[in-house]
Design a protein. Structure first.
Length: 197
């Protein structure tokens, strides 16, 4: 009898193995050899899939982003007004940020214990994450809240600002999710009013 783990694509098995290692002993203990052993493949297979440990971190972050964007979309679908949709989506993402293993790995580590990989991916190297998130949120707004009260260029700017604010609030939280989400929605409302006038 074949198990689900045995038939899962190699990349997913490796990402699951890395995620499990982070849960057990933290990111600093993750090595390509250990991931390979945990997933039942060679160390070279891990290198072939990700190239480097940093490449592995990027793939873990992108997989986590997909989970975040599912929540964002689900929250937006539940609201009829654009600003309410932004507030609900931001709150959902921020609440998930509190529960996310990868985010907790970044946020709760002491500075001297932090591995630079995830912090870089979510800050100085966040371009791909922002680009993917902006595309999904923008498309959701266009589909769920027509007619959008902004030009396409204005919407692109507004959504990018929202995404960057959420990313900042996730990695360096200063307020509870509900308050932070309300602040971001308030700013979004001001931008919409400005675009309509």
């Amino acid at each position: 009898m074949t198990t689900a783990a045995a038939v899962a694509p190699v990349r997913e098995r490796l990402l699951d193995a890395a995620q499990g290692m982070i849960e057990d002993t933290g990111w600093s203990s993750v090595t390509m050899a250990r991931i390979g052993a945990r997933a039942g493949v060679s160390r070279q297979t891990v290198y072939n899939e990700f190239g480097t440990k940093h490449g592995l971190a990027e793939q873990l972050a992108m997989r986590e982003l997909s989970r975040f964007l599912d929540i964002v979309r689900e929250r937006m679908v539940g609201e009829t007004e654009l600003v309410d949709g932004i507030r609900a989506a931001c709150e959902g993402a921020l609440l998930m940020g509190e529960q996310s293993l990868l985010v907790r790995t970044i946020v709760t580590s002491l500075p001297e214990e932090q591995d630079a990989d995830f912090l870089q991916i979510l800050t100085t190297e966040s371009g791909e994450i922002v680009e993917v998130a902006v595309a999904v949120v923008k498309q959701s707004i266009v589909e769920l809240y027509p007619p959008v009260p902004m030009t396409d260029a204005e919407l692109e700017i507004a959504v990018e600002v929202v995404v960057r604010l959420v990313l900042s609030a996730i990695t360096r939280p200063s307020k509870p999710p509900r308050e932070a989400a309300a602040d971001i929605a308030w700013i979004t409302g001001l931008a919409i009013k400005g675009a309509e006038s």
